[in-house]
Design a protein around this ligand. Structure first.
Ligand SMILES: [Fe+2]
Length: 366
């Protein structure tokens, strides 16, 4: 490993310090081996440090006129998932089934028949759930899929798969599990009647466009209401954007008037959309997702379902390596049941309780 001296303004996230950094008065502020984050680079600026030594890969062309290229952001967790054999296999099965699933949904939209072959429809999510036996969590595989396919079909399929898992966590019967998985598959079917250019519009929506998108709930219900299917599937299409405090749409119903299954779909749908669109694009961190749920407030969701969901979700990350916002790297060893977004981290034989050290947080999974 070589070292190279870089000005602080030329540093970028992910670079690793080759030597300790001290202030002019000799106070140690960062250890060698620290991986630089945006926060830490800011800190160097605050301490008015001019330049530091960073690690440079051991290769003949290590001296370059473009120092930013040295010590680039290490491969992110999400990228590692994407490059794995497990993802390659999952991806193959997923897209093999996708065409058929698209046809099935379009048939429901276009056909006047009142019957829907739910068992045929369930083949895709059930096959996918059963195909997964990986070291990466299914949530991380699904997320990578969504980066490749932003369609309503992929979103619906992902929601149905996650709903199936959540249904098992809630100990639903086999029969109810099928209904819940179907609720996930068909909850957004009304979106197939909304013009693509509005759904995929990159910029801000006009109030009229937003109103139109909101109508996918009533459109979906209208498509399903005369079909011979479980009424909970129809209700989920209509009510999955309702919130327990009455702030949702289309009817502004409150928790006491919302069916249990549609409340499950609301949480799963929010999670899927939130992770696909926001958090994970900047580096996967389920703990940031949980924090977002905490910010949204338990007032908006069914608390029993939400607690089960985030508690189980967090547990799937025990043993994972993470980087904290002060640059330290450690392993998640224990989940605080009363503070799910702040687990205990073991780093260099020290236990860091994030519930107590409130200035620290998990920045990313490694
Ligand atoms: Fe929706």
């Amino acid at each position: 490993m070589y070292k190279e001296k870089l000005r602080v303004q030329d540093l970028s996230e992910g670079m690793i310090l080759f030597s300790d950094v001290c202030t002019q008065s000799g106070q140690l502020i960062m250890n060698s081996g620290t991986i630089l984050s945006h926060y830490l680079i800011e800190k160097l600026n605050q301490y008015q440090i001019d330049s530091v030594f960073v690690e440079v890969p051991e290769r003949p062309d290590h001296i370059t006129s473009n120092p930013i290229k040295i010590g680039m952001e290490p491969t992110s967790y999400l990228e590692r998932v994407k490059e794995s054999q497990e993802f390659a296999e999952f991806h193959k099965v997923y897209f093999n089934h996708m065409k058929n699933f698209e046809m099935q949904l379009n048939d429901i939209v276009n056909s006047s028949s009142t019957s829907i072959d739910i068992d045929a429809l369930l083949t895709t999510p059930i096959t996918l759930v059963n195909s997964i036996d990986t070291t990466f969590g299914i949530f991380d595989l699904l997320l990578n899929i969504r980066h490749l396919d932003d369609s309503t079909y992929a979103h619906s399929l992902n929601v149905s798969i996650i709903a199936n898992i959540v249904g098992k966590w809630l100990h639903l019967s086999e029969r109810d599990l099928k209904v819940l998985t179907s609720c996930g598959l068909l909850h957004d079917i009304g979106k197939l009647l909304i013009p693509q250019e509005i759904l995929q519009k990159p910029g801000k929506l006009t109030p009229e466009e937003f109103d139109l998108i909101k109508q996918h709930t009533t459109y979906g219900y209208a498509l399903l209401k005369d079909k011979e299917i479980d009424p909970r599937i129809k209700a989920s299409a209509l009510l999955h954007h309702e919130k327990a405090d009455g702030s949702g749409y289309p009817l502004g119903k409150k928790r006491e008037n919302l069916p249990f299954f549609s409340q499950i779909i609301t949480i799963v749908d929010t999670y899927e959309a939130m992770t696909a669109n926001r958090v994970y694009r900047e580096g996967l961190c389920p703990f940031k997702v949980i924090k977002l749920y905490e910010e949204e407030g338990f007032s908006k969701y069914n608390v029993q379902i939400l607690m089960t969901f985030i508690e189980k979700l967090v547990q799937t990350y025990i043993g994972y390596t993470v980087r904290l916002n002060d640059g330290r790297i450690g392993k998640i060893v224990f989940i605080n049941r009363l503070d799910l977004s702040h687990p205990i981290i073991e780093s260099n034989s020290t236990f860091i309780d994030l519930a107590k050290e409130r200035n620290l947080e998990i920045e990313t999974l490694l």
